[in-house]
Structures are given as C-alpha cells and as structure tokens.
Design a protein around this ligand. Structure first.
Ligand code: SF4
Ligand code: SF4
Length: 135
C-alpha cells in the first residue's frame, strides 16, 4: 500500500476542490412558495440544488477566502470544524465521499423541466387493500 500524503492530494492533485463551495441542507419543497424559492435560487449562477438520500441541499460555488493561490489553507490549524471533519481519505476526490445524488439542477429551466416530467408521469395504481387479513 502506498503512503498516503494528504498535502499532496489536497493541494496538488485535487487542487482543494472542497474549499471552493458551500453546501447546506434545505427543507424539501411542499407548496408553491417553496418551489418558487428554489427556482429563484437556481436563477443565480454557481448555484446547484440536489437531492441525496431524500434530503434536499443547496450548493453554492464560491471559494473560501482563506484558500491561498497554492491551494493551501491560510488559517490551518484553526480552520473550521466542518473542514476538520472532512476526511481526505474519504472525500469527493477519492470517490468514497461522493454524494448519493438522486436528482440535481443548476438552472430554473432544468428544475421546471423536471417538475413538468414528474407531473406528466403516469401514476402507478395503488394496491387495493385486502378486506380480510389472514391470521
Ligand atoms: S479533502 Fe478531498 S476534496 Fe478536499 S481538498 Fe482534499 S482531496 Fe480534495
Ligand atoms: S478554512 Fe481552510 S480548509 Fe476550510 S474551506 Fe477555507 S481554505 Fe479550506
């Protein structure tokens, strides 16, 4: 097994991709106003909305102000807890930390098309409930 070198991996191979965006959980939309708010989020450049394991997230591409031009953190080791918790051995670069993404959109048009397709999808008929139960 080769020696794992996080410095080389983060700064040189990956070029610090996890320092270039923020992601936060959002409430799954239910009503018109919720969907319209997501449409508004997506009208902004660098914004992505996605669903992972039935949870909704907002992601904004924007580099951290503490990331320097050599892809090092200027405030290490006093960086944020969320940064410390992200394990370079199990992250998006190594592939192990990939989000299990069910759907994602980067524009209002993509989101509208997805909603339209959902609306037009034929409904699967519900199973009739048995009148009599065994046992
Ligand atoms: S933790 Fe992973 S995603 Fe983040 S900079 Fe290092 S290799 Fe890249
Ligand atoms: S504080 Fe440092 S480790 Fe955390 S995102 Fe910013 S540059 Fe990256």
């Amino acid at each position: 097994m080769t020696n794992f070198d996080p410095e080389k991996q983060c700064a040189f191979l990956c070029r610090a991709r996890c320092c270039r965006y923020i992601t936060t959980r959002i409430v799954a939309p239910r009503k018109h106003a919720d969907f319209d708010e997501i449409r508004w989020f997506l009208a902004h450049r660098g914004v992505k909305i996605f669903i992972s394991q039935r949870k909704w997230y907002l992601q904004v591409q924007t580099p951290c102000e503490h990331l320097n031009e050599n892809n090092y953190c200027n405030i290490w080791p006093n960086h944020f807890d969320v940064c410390k918790d992200y394990d370079p051995k199990d992250c998006e670069f190594t592939g192990n930390g990939d989000w299990d993404i069910e759907a994602e959109w980067t524009s209002t048009a993509e989101f509208d098309a997805w909603r339209e397709a959902k609306r037009n999808k034929p409904k699967t008929p519900r199973k009739k409930q048995a009148n009599n139960r065994d046992g």
